[in-house]
Design a protein around this ligand. Structure first.
Ligand code: FDA
Length: 391
């Protein structure tokens, strides 16, 4: 049976990063990974360019039952620290928007950098973890290719999102087995699904994009909203999906910053002959303006003929569009898994299980989930660094 100081379960973002940090402490490290390649999610992330961090990282951009938990690790490993690694590796990058940093080239550059940083550690691919046990001498990891003994085990097996990319949720089973509590996992940063009546509105507008604002569950996002054949998508929908619970109604502002009813009344007082649709198209994309006018029975109507209550109803349809998603696309397409190992059972400085010395949980399997925009990788690096430094 193999014997190592540290076994890291999962060669994703957190596992690879942790291996590099642990090596720097002089430990003998072995990563076990069931896929054929390491870092598969990094490879497809950010549309193939990896949004590897966000300069605006702070604990309040993460969801968790205990939002302050992430603050310690995030403060001790900052986006600037990761940028320094990226610069040292000679990887060109750019800021896209809202602090989001992407590679100029391919995401595989980040994988190569992480692999280089952890050279000296063992990496065993196509090795599925089946169970983790413990006896007087330490931990015993059962895999489909035999057993491995380790003094410390770092669980970095991610969440349940995108099973096709290797997600299994085994980290939760390991946590439960050792008596740690779980916050019920659910899909996050995921497209929402809509009822047929809403789809009938969205489908003809497929391809139209607007900047929209959604406030929900204590969060507020303003970003692109995209009409698609499957309903609504785009960053603002993904962001709010993490805050939405089944059954809840969303209220979407399709023209944030402008009170449409007031704007229409002003236009009516100046140029009453203007068609409702063309008055709307001063504030919205043409196709959306026409569609909303038609849906309200005002396809060919002039502003002058509309009383205030009609314009107010139109304003509400645009500034406070209410619709009730029927669900989400689930783990099949979710970028992340919300919930996970309950942070009450982990030490915020080291990521070690409070009651199981030597057992650590890092990355997405922990109940810490970031907004869209590089925050989740920053959590992977920061939590991995916290564990790696303490080993
Ligand atoms: P991760 O899922 O990366 O790694 C877990 C590893 O464990 C995997 O390699 C898996 O195969 C392995 N594993 C699981 N079960 C196992 C078992 N039983 N035995 C052996 N191995 C096992 N975030 C961001 O900040 N910027 C971005 O641009 C993107 N883009 C993006 C795009 C898409 C399509 C997705 C799905 C996700 C993103 N993300 C993102 C989110 C980001 O990818 C995610 O938060 C991190 O990869 C989490 O890192 P972990 O190492 O915790 O899990």
């Amino acid at each position: 049976m193999d014997q190592v100081d540290i076994a890291i379960l999962g060669a994703g973002a957190a596992g690879l990063f942790c291996a590099g940090s642990a090596l720097a402490q002089g430990c003998r490290v072995l990563i076990l990974e069931h896929s054929r390649k390491p870092g598969e999610k990094i490879r497809i992330s950010g549309g193939g360019r990896c949004n590897f961090t966000n300069l605006s990282t702070s604990w309040d951009r993460f969801l968790s039952q205990n939002r302050r938990f992430a603050a310690s690790a995030l403060a001790r490993y900052r986006p600037e620290d990761f940028v320094e690694l990226v610069d040292r590796a000679g990887i060109a990058w750019h800021e896209k928007t809202q602090g989001q940093l992407f590679c100029d080239g391919k995401a595989t550059q980040i994988i190569d950098m992480l692999m280089h940083r952890m050279r000296g550690a063992g990496l065993r691919l196509e090795t599925g973890i089946e169970d983790v046990g413990r006896d007087a001498d330490g931990f015993v990891i059962a895999t489909n290719a035999g057993q491995v003994r380790a003094r410390h085990v770092v669980v970095a097996t991610g969440g349940k999102s995108i099973p096709k990319m290797g997600a299994t949720g085994i980290g939760y089973a390991i946590a439960r087995k050792f008596g740690l509590r779980l916050v019920e996992p659910r899909a996050g940063l995921v497209p929402l699904t809509f009822a047929e009546q809403d789809l009938n509105l969205c489908r003809p507008l497929a391809g139209v994009s607007v900047e929209a604002e959604i406030r929900h569950g204590g969060a507020r996002f303003r970003d692109a909203l995209l009409f698609t054949h499957r309903g609504l998508s785009g960053p603002v929908i993904l962001q709010i999906s993490s805050y939405w619970q089944p059954g809840e109604v969303l209220e979407i502002d399709l023209r944030p910053g402008i009170d449409i009813a007031t704007a229409l009344m002003e236009t009516r007082s100046r140029t009453g002959r203007t068609a409702v649709a063309s008055a709307l198209s001063q504030h919205l994309p043409e196709r959306l303006a026409q569609s909303i006018a038609a849906e309200s029975g005002l396809a060919n109507a002039r502003l002058a003929d509309q009383p205030n209550d009609v314009l107010q109803a139109l304003g509400r349809r645009i500034n406070r569009w209410r619709l009730r998603p029927v669900g989400t696309e689930g783990y099949r397409t979710a970028e992340v898994t919300l919930g996970g190992v309950d942070t009450r059972d982990l030490d915020a400085k080291t990521m070690q299980a409070r009651d199981v010395p030597g057992l650590y949980f890092i990355g997405e399997c922990v109940d810490v989930t970031g907004w869209l925009g590089g925050y989740n990788f920053q959590w992977a690096w920061a939590s991995a660094h916290a564990a790696g430094q303490s080993l």
